[in-house]
Structures are given as C-alpha cells and as structure tokens.
Design a protein around this ligand. Structure first.
Ligand code: ZN
Length: 283
C-alpha cells in the first residue's frame, strides 16, 4: 500500500529501527525491493533521483511504475524523490504522486540553500508532501561538469538553525559516509551523530549506505539514524548475477539479476531492523 515516508520514518524514529531507501531505474529493481520487503514484512521506501532519471530513465514511465507498484504491494511502500537540484523536477514528482522529495542544496551557499529550501518546503507542505534536506556534504556524487562533491561533516549548530528555519521533515547528515564505493574503511563519527540526534527533532537520514559493515549499520541506527540510502551494493548484486549468467535468454538473465538484488535488499532491511515492522503503519 502506498504510504508516506513521513509516517514510515516517524514510526521508525519512535521504534528506534532503520528503514532502507533504495533507488530504482527499472521494473526489475522495483520488483526486487518490494519482493524483499514483502518477504520480511518490512516497510520500505523506494524512488529515483534527478541524476538517475537523466542517465537511465524518464519520469513519464518510471513514476507511474513506482506509484502503482506501491499501491498493489502488501506492505507499506513510500515513493520518494532522491537528490534533486532543480525545483522543476520536484514539482513534477509532486504531480506524479510522490509523497516526499529531497532537495540537495549542498552545492549552494548556506544562505542560498536555506532560502530555496524554505520556499520549497512551504510549497511541498501545501501539497501534503514532505521534504528531506541535507546539511554538510556526504560527497562522492558529481555535477554535470564531472566535479565530485567533497565531504563536509554536518555542523550541529548550523543544522539546528537550518531545520528550525526551513521546517523540513527529515535531515540528511554527513557523518563520515560517502556515496558510491569506499576506497578505505569509512570513519563514522558516531559522537557527532549522537549530538545531532539530541538537537534535531526530525528523523535523520544517512546517505552512502553501501559498503558499510553490519556493525556500522547497527551503530548508526542505535545513534539516531532512521533511514539509510543504499544503491551501489544493489547495483553490484545485480551486475554480478548478469555477468555470471546461467542462461542465454535475455528475460531469464534479468530475472536472475532481480533475484540477486532482492537478496541483497533483504540483507540490508534485516540489518537495519526493519523486518516485521510493516504492521506499525496504520492499515
Ligand atoms: Zn545520497
């Protein structure tokens, strides 16, 4: 059933467990995630991002697929728009029925980020859509010119003011994770996360969840993270299945990739503590 990310994450924060967010660019990824969550009776958040849409898909067909898959699922599914830099893309997502959106102002000055974020939250709330904002920079993504974002940890003083003034519903924090593959062991600042949790009233989000150990997942949830974004590990699982192809049939190869991505997603849902939490959402 189609549910809002706000409801899913408010319950996760209360119940102190984590919910996985997975990006999708096609039907097999969507099926893999929903199948994983249904098997584990877990709430789940799926969606796509502006960058992925540019590279792999188009809103015209991907948005209805996501929304319809959520509607017919047996567990709560929220549809979310990840990293978006342009308000026009966010408006389209709202029109397509996404329940939440992320505006990424990390490439803007603080003043500009706050101004645009505030206006966006006001509009989104008038449409009953929740907004995730970020402060600091997780790093690892690149802009249209190929410049890779550098890591900047979230400053608790600025974060508190930012959340208060923008009235956002969720805050993505930068505490040592990076988007994509890690070149060395991630250095997670759990003390900083604890401080942020104590000072920020809304649910906290962690990006760059691929490549983290099971212990790291448990620690970040324990220290205050309610949602973890995972993409790269799922892509690896699907790619391995395709390279290891057991069949010469195109459709069967895709099914084996789907199965492998489903298994990878189940591992993440379980380690975050989301299994058997589907019944926490109102039926
Ligand atoms: Zn991210």
């Amino acid at each position: 059933m189609l549910t809002s990310m706000k409801s899913i994450l408010d319950n996760a924060k209360k119940g102190r467990y984590g919910v996985a967010y997975f990006n999708a660019t096609d039907l097999h990824m969507i099926k893999a995630y929903i199948n994983a969550a249904e098997t584990l009776q877990a709430p789940i958040i799926i969606g796509t991002s502006e960058g992925l849409l540019k590279q792999y898909g188009d809103f015209e067909w991907l948005a209805p697929l996501l929304v319809q898959a959520a509607r017919i699922a047996c567990i709560p599914v929220a549809i979310h728009l990840d990293h978006t830099y342009n308000e026009s893309t966010i408006m389209r997502a709202i029109d397509y029925g996404f329940g939440s959106v992320m505006f990424d102002g990390s490439r803007l000055s603080y003043k500009e980020n706050k101004k645009r974020s505030k206006a966006l939250v006001e509009y989104a709330h008038s449409q009953k859509v929740a907004v995730e904002l970020g402060l600091g920079c997780v790093g690892g993504l690149s802009d249209e010119n190929g410049t890779v974002d550098r890591v900047r940890h979230t400053d608790p003083d600025i974060a508190e003011e930012f959340v208060h003034e923008t009235e956002c519903d969720f805050l993505a924090v930068s505490i040592g994770t990076v988007h994509g593959d890690y070149k060395s062991e991630p250095d997670l600042k759990l003390d900083l996360l604890q401080t942020l949790k104590n000072r920020i009233p809304c649910p906290l989000v962690l990006h760059g969840g691929s490549g983290l150990s099971d212990d790291a997942f448990k620690n970040v949830v324990c220290s205050g993270i309610s949602k973890v974004n995972i993409y790269t590990d799922i892509i690896h699982a699907g790619t391995e299945a395709l390279l290891d192809r057991q069949s010469k049939n195109y459709a069967d190869c895709l099914l084996s990739a789907e199965k492998s991505m489903c298994e990878a997603a189940m591992k993440k849902i379980k380690v975050l503590g989301g299994a058997n939490k589907a019944s926490n959402e109102q039926q």
